[in-house]
Design a protein around this ligand. Structure first.
Ligand SMILES: Cc1cc2nc3c(=O)[nH]c(=O)nc-3n(C[C@H](O)[C@H](O)[C@H](O)COP(=O)(O)OP(=O)(O)OC[C@H]3O[C@@H](n4cnc5c(N)ncnc54)[C@H](O)[C@@H]3O)c2cc1C
Length: 515
């Protein structure tokens, strides 16, 4: 009989580590098993070329100050390189619009005024959802008083927005980004820049109905740099992950790398342990999966242990990633047209139509020549990522379908050619600064980070898969239909992005069960 743990966590992504930290703080004996030889999943900082470092997730808009203080992450090494980056939308012709929180530069007086009104409206909407992210989702029809109180409180928060704002909330939550932008602004560049966060990470573009506003509100959930702030961690997102791991280890958590879980061991319909790839079996009172829902249920647990209707819903989760990541190792700082210094986050997209055109290609399993992207040069704030005088360019690129026609081996070079050609339009001469590069397509993310489809949220973040339906009913509240088996990754409530809330919510659910 192997050593008995209170909990085994499958995966050392940032959510698995956050879950471990909270459980260990509650004196639980926790073992984290990670398939890769590094911790952090898509939040890890890795050396992508000799002397150059980057993380897939680069900014921390969803950072939660409560988690940072609960787990003493600053004491464990977490630091910011920049507290709140500006966002600049560029059109490649030398025009630039910069916004941050309540301020916007480069637009006319009408758009200035609308921008202020728009931000205060979003802030009110975000406030309504804020209490839901870091709390157990209520269960529909469960009859528990606690859940009824949560629903009632949510209804009350919506009602107390005031009649007009409440009506706008119930209307706008279903609007496409395009309508939201057209209703408020005239300037096409401002609309393109602002609409980026509505869609990135999901199977969405400006004209896609539903979900976009919800996606934006999730991105506004963080409070590390205030409402809508864009913090940049020092050392890449890996510093956040290392601090989470150090915090959990200080409270007694064990972490094993290069340890892939093959299956969850079930006895009498209860999860009692895991079997590793080498056949070793380890027992624990609870098994918690940081893997995505499809992997967790269909591969680790097995459809034989689930009801067919539930399995069908999991099978139908939309997990095809559409976002690629490119890291460039640069021997000089590129000049972006319209900017004196590329210090903030840049959105390279002249209009929403430009973004929509790129999305259209992805529907046919292809990709555009002109690729919309979000670019950050973290080395302007952080000297730990590359040698003096060298720079890292970190680009989040839409749209790169997981299942590109003919497979990515056939398309890597041509996609990368389009990336560089697009960058050249915005930063002429950048090609001459490139020493090395890394392309991570959704297929690469799936293979290297063990995420089904390489999806940002481990499965679409949408109205049908939100709150008490995340990833689907029957598996919300971090619990699953199999007793002793829990979810703690981005596929569970509240969703993806670096915030640690899914991990913290799972830990809270377990701690509450033991009370
Ligand atoms: C291109 C791209 C850019 C992004 N940029 C940002 C950004 O700038 N800011 C932001 O906030 N978010 C960003 N995100 C989203 C963010 O990276 C994810 O939502 C987040 O990493 C999910 O964290 P997680 O801990 O739930 O899962 P993951 O980070 O996916 O970690 C899961 C872990 O489980 C492990 N695992 C899986 N199966 C097994 C197994 N069988 N045995 C053992 N271990 C296993 C994996 O190896 C992995 O380490 C981005 C996502 C993508 C795809």
């Amino acid at each position: 009989m192997s050593k008995q743990y209170d909990a085994i966590i499958i995966g050392a992504g940032h959510n698995g580590l956050a879950c471990a930290g909270y459980l260990a703080r509650d004196n639980k004996k926790v073992l984290v098993l990670e398939a890769n030889n590094f911790i952090g999943g898509m939040a890890a900082t890795r050396e992508f070329a000799p002397g150059f470092h980057a993380s897939v997730a680069h900014t921390l808009p969803q950072g939660q100050s409560a988690l940072i203080s609960d787990l003493s992450l600053k004491k464990h090494g977490f630091e910011l390189a920049a507290k709140n980056l500006d966002t600049t939308a560029l059109d490649g012709e030398g025009n630039a619009i910069t916004f941050n929180g309540k301020s916007v530069k480069g637009v006319d007086a009408n758009d200035q005024k609308s921008y202020g009104e728009y931000q205060s409206l979003l802030k009110k909407f975000a406030k309504v959802l804020k209490p839901t992210w870091n709390k157990r989702a209520p269960r529909i029809g469960g009859g528990e008083i606690k859940d009824m109180i949560t629903f009632a409180k949510f209804g009350w928060d919506v009602r107390t927005l005031g009649r007009d704002t409440m009506r706008e909330f119930t209307r706008m939550i279903f609007l496409p980004a395009q309508d939201m932008m057209d209703e408020h602004f005239d300037n096409p560049l401002l609309k393109a820049g602002l609409s980026w966060d509505y869609n990135v990470g999901n199977i969405l573009a400006p004209r896609s109905p539903n979900n976009a506003v919800l996606n934006q509100l999730l991105k506004l959930s963080g409070d590390v740099s205030g409402h809508g702030g864009l913090p940049l961690p020092k050392g890449g997102m890996g510093s956040f992950v290392n601090a989470l791991a150090n915090s959990a280890k200080t409270s007694g958590t064990e972490i094993r790398l290069n340890t892939r879980v093959k299956r969850v061991v079930i006895e009498n319909h209860v999860a009692v342990g895991v079997e590793l790839e080498d056949g070793e079996i380890i027992h624990a009172k609870r098994i918690i999966s940081n893997a995505d829902p499809k992997t967790s249920f269909l591969k680790l647990l097995g459809a034989a242990n689930l009801e067919i209707q539930f399995t069908n819903r999991i099978n139908r989760l939309r997990t095809e990633g559409l976002v690629a990541k490119v890291h460039l190792a640069l021997n000089a700082l590129p000049n972006f047209k319209g900017m004196t210094k590329p210090e903030g986050r840049m959105i390279l997209a002249p209009s929403m139509q430009y973004i929509e055109n790129a999305y259209d290609q992805s529907k046919y399993r292809s990709y555009a020549e002109d690729l919309p992207m979000e670019v950050v040069i973290p080395t302007l704030h952080d000297k730990t990522l590359a040698a003096e005088g060298k720079h890292v360019l970190s680009a989040t690129i839409q749209y790169a379908p997981r299942d590109v026609e003919g497979g990515w081996d056939k398309h890597r070079d041509s996609f990368m050619k389009n990336v560089i050609a697009t960058l050249e339009k915005f930063a002429p001469g950048i090609g001459d600064c490139i020493e090395a590069s890394e392309l991570l397509t959704p297929a690469d993310l799936e293979q290297q980070f063990n995420v089904e489809g390489g999806h940002w949220h481990h499965g679409e973040f949408a109205i049908d898969s939100w709150w008490m339906n995340r990833p689907t009913y029957g598996a919300s509240q971090s619990k699953t239909p199999v007793s002793g088996f829990y979810l703690c990754g981005a596929g569970s409530h509240p969703g993806g992005g670096i915030m640690g809330a899914a991990g913290a919510n799972a830990a809270r659910a377990i701690i509450a069960e033991d009370k």
